[in-house]
Write a protein that binds this ligand. Structure first.
Ligand code: ADP
Length: 406
């Protein structure tokens, strides 16, 4: 690989480090060079990488020295160096789950920004510390490379107060308890391609359904978020792979008081054992459930669809009507059956599916006469992060030229 410049995108979780390397070229185009991940950090670390066209480049088991974000990054840096000698990293963009109420946009990381983001750890203890650890690890290893934090919450800032507030006493609200919304980078990406893919929706009332292992809906008007099914945490709203979605808080009280469970155990139930997995007792993977004839697997799928349709109705009420419904993420992009069942359950809103096009995958999957159109638009959160990183760091033609001659 020759001498060229790249932006590195990192998405660090508790046990995985996902990465993408994008070439920096003159225009706002971001050719993908490599995408991959280290999974099983802390247990059985495993590395995979694919090139921009999806062909496998490498796969290996890693030793147990890869035990946290810092050591995972050491491995990744070594791998990238060996493969891409002479390549200059002009910036690193990170997915950061929580930007709090203040950060309505991505931001260049400084020590002060890090201090601020660390205060949000109690609001997202399962994600924020790992996101920030990756930023610290990059700062130590590449102190001269600027970093950009891109938040899952930013796209949802600017909601009306009623859509953001939670009806609890003031002292609790003042501590930051409000509805934030997540999956914002995915929604922002979808909003960014609407003018090209579905121009009639770019200025309309749209619900985007991000249905992956985490699942949520975003109500958008004129390409901006006005409401989300996610609230204070990514536990609210839709039924997910292992999270229940909307749940009577009395159930949580019962787990503490009636069953004497510890906070840690309740957390495990809510984040890891519920949702599709809890209902089916079989799997959190929609593919497995759709293929199963087991009654509880069927119930899990039925509940997933029921809940999605119910929340679509709620967000259509926020929007006071609906022009389009967009499906995205693992389930939304790949499961014609789930799309069909959700559209069927939402037909009262004026959605009429074209079954044959839905089977083929879209992009427009509603019939020509459907009053509300339905779409499949693949999401790309990493590309959104690369774009933000490029624009915040001013990685354009002129500056690139200067960098390459210096
Ligand atoms: P993540 O939130 O981990 O990024 P994804 O958006 O990749 O999740 O979605 C992962 C989920 O997508 C899997 O758990 C699986 O249930 C679902 N999925 C992927 N392909 C299909 C398919 N063909 N049919 C049904 N579900 C699918």
């Amino acid at each position: 690989m020759g001498d060229h410049a790249v932006v590195l995108v990192l998405n660090a979780g508790s046990s995985s480090l996902k990465f993408s390397v994008y070439q920096v070229v003159a225009a706002d185009e971001w050719p993908l060079e490599v995408r991959g991940q280290i999974e099983g950090i802390g247990t059985a670390p495993h590395f995979t990488a694919k090139d921009g066209s999806g062909s496998k480049l490498d796969e290996q088991r890693l030793g147990d020295v890869t035990r946290d974000a810092a050591t995972a990054l050491d491995f990744l840096a070594g791998w990238l160096r060996a493969r891409y000698q002479g390549v200059r990293v002009l910036g690193v963009g990170h997915r950061v789950v929580h930007g709090g109420a203040r950060h309505a946009a991505p931001i260049v990381v400084t020590p002060k920004v890090m201090d601020d983001l660390k205060t949000l750890i109690p609001l997202a203890p399962l994600h924020q510390p790992y996101n920030l650890a990756a930023i610290d690890a990059v700062s130590e290893r590449l102190p001269d490379v600027p970093q950009v934090a891109c938040f899952d919450t930013s796209f949802h800032r600017g909601h009306q107060v009623v859509a953001e507030v939670v009806p609890l006493p003031q002292d609790i609200r003042q501590a930051g308890v409000q509805r934030y919304g997540f999956h914002g980078l995915s929604y922002e990406y979808v909003a960014s391609v609407l003018p090209k893919v579905a121009p009639e929706l770019a200025t309309g009332r749209v619900i985007v359904a991000h249905l992956g292992s985490g699942a949520s809906l975003c109500a958008m008007k004129d390409g901006r978020s006005v409401d989300s099914s996610f609230g204070f945490t990514a536990l609210d709203g839709l039924c997910m792979g292992t999270r229940p979605g909307a749940l009577d808080p009395g159930v949580v009280l019962y787990l503490f008081q009636g069953r004497g469970m510890s906070a840690k155990d309740v957390e495990t139930v809510l984040y890891k054992k519920s949702g599709l997995l809890g209902l089916s007792g079989v799997s959190n993977d929609m593919r497995v459930l759709l293929e199963s004839s087991d009654a509880s697997a069927r119930l899990a799928v039925e509940y997933f669809v029921f809940r999605a349709a119910k929340e679509i109705g709620a967000l259509a009420a926020t929007l006071r009507g609906l022009d389009g419904l967009v499906f995205t993420a693992g389930i939304g992009e790949n499961s014609a059956e789930i799309r069909e069942r959700i559209c069927e359950a939402s037909s009262w809103l004026g959605i009429e599916l074209d079954r044959a096009v839905n089977e083929r995958g879209g992009p427009r999957i509603s019939s020509p006469q459907s009053r509300v159109s339905a779409w499949v638009i693949p999401t790309n959160e990493e590309l959104m992060i690369a774009r933000h990183t490029g624009s915040l760091l001013g990685l354009r033609a002129g500056r690139l030229k200067a960098a390459s001659t210096s």
